[in-house]
Design a protein around this ligand. Structure first.
Ligand SMILES: Nc1ncnc2c1ncn2[C@@H]1O[C@H](COP(=O)(O)OP(=O)(O)O)[C@@H](O)[C@H]1O
Ligand SMILES: [Mg+2]
Length: 317
């Protein structure tokens, strides 16, 4: 059976992480001084927050890392009380061969402010024996008293250069032939998210050792820049029915939902040659329609309504 690449290629040490140089240096300093403060890792998915916490634990504890490291999800379906009781059980026993244990709490920003207050008290109660690493997408959703007790690390999306290097590396390990155009496609669809990148690469590699751009778009449920261009061109030229047909068939073909389409439009808009005015209008529309879809409006109707609105924009604006 094939191992999942996101696990297979998860770096075991901070020194093997890609990008985030300033962050890994600070964490390595904690390791060499054997002192770790509570930490807050903030940033989008697939940028290495969990990986960095695990890698630091492995660098710090060596063979003993499993005994001294606990990973929990703050938004555990069974509720914050389960999370707190797991923390309590783990914190009760002494750290092995180390002055403190590490508790990694994923998705901390999913906790309500009240639950975060409780978490803050838990952090204080066990701070002798445990250090907390909280991970979140948005640090603004973490209450101030927790933020001020943590060293904050911001994980940015990985740069195109870092992603390109990483594609080469994985391609080398897996003995893949990656077409030049496919490299760009991989960079485009992964959007700085290495989990997405690895999943797409693995999905393509299952069918072929040669990675071609069109398969990358297929497996990643994405629209190509040229496809977006062509749909927008039709809509802006008031060819509503044509634009609608083309988008429909691509959506069915690739299994895209309304939000996927909004995401791809947003990603592509800035690569297209449109006037500032047009871009502004389109982005405003995207914001409006994305909101409606996330609020539960029918994606099919919203997408068509979006296209209809586009036909009202003047082409030479
Ligand atoms: N900076 C990085 N260097 C190397 N691999 C990474 C990095 N960031 C993510 N990855 C890879 O992507 C996968 C997902 O990363 P993860 O740390 O789980 O992301 P996050 O917790 O930020 O959502 C990991 O299994 C790892 O293989
Ligand atoms: Mg994670």
């Amino acid at each position: 059976m094939q191992e999942i690449w996101t696990e297979k290629y998860r770096p075991d040490s901070l020194s093997h992480m890609v990008g985030h140089e300033a962050i890994t240096q600070r964490l390595q300093a904690f390791v060499s001084q054997h002192t770790v403060p509570h930490c807050l890792f903030a940033g989008p998915a697939g940028t290495g927050k969990t990986t960095a916490a695990l890698a630091m634990a492995k660098d710090l504890y060596g063979e003993q890392w499993r005994n001294n490291f606990l990973e929990l999800n703050a938004s555990d379906d069974r509720g914050i009380d389960i999370v707190r009781s797991k923390i309590k059980d783990f914190a009760r026993t002494k750290p092995l061969g180390a002055p403190f244990k590490i508790i990694f709490l994923d998705e901390s920003d999913a906790l309500t402010p009240d639950a975060q207050q409780a978490l803050r008290r838990t952090m204080e109660r066990y701070s002798e024996s445990c250090r907390f690493i909280l991970s979140c997408n948005f640090s603004s959703k973490i209450i101030e008293p927790i933020q001020s007790r943590c060293a904050v690390f911001r994980f940015a999306r990985l740069s195109n250069e870092a992603i390109a290097t990483y594609i080469e590396r994985i391609g080398g390990y897996e003995e893949l032939y990656i077409e030049e155009e496919a490299k760009n496609a991989l960079i485009t669809v992964s959007q700085g998210d290495l989990r997405k990148l690895l999943n797409v690469m693995q999905a393509v590699a299952i069918t072929s050792d040669t990675i071609a751009a069109h398969i990358v778009y297929e497996v990643s449920a994405s629209l190509k820049t040229e496809e977006v261009r062509s749909i927008l061109d039709k809509a802006l030229a008031q060819e509503f029915e044509q634009a609608r047909k083309q988008l429909r068939s691509l959506m069915i073909d690739r299994g895209l939902d309304g939000l996927d389409v909004m995401r791809d439009l947003h990603r592509t808009i800035f690569e297209l040659e449109l006037s500032e005015e047009q871009k502004m209008h389109i982005v405003q529309l995207l914001g409006e329609y994305e909101f409606r879809i996330t609020e539960g409006a029918s994606p099919d109707i919203q997408i068509e309504s979006f296209l209809a609105q586009l036909t009202q924009l003047s082409p030479q604006e």
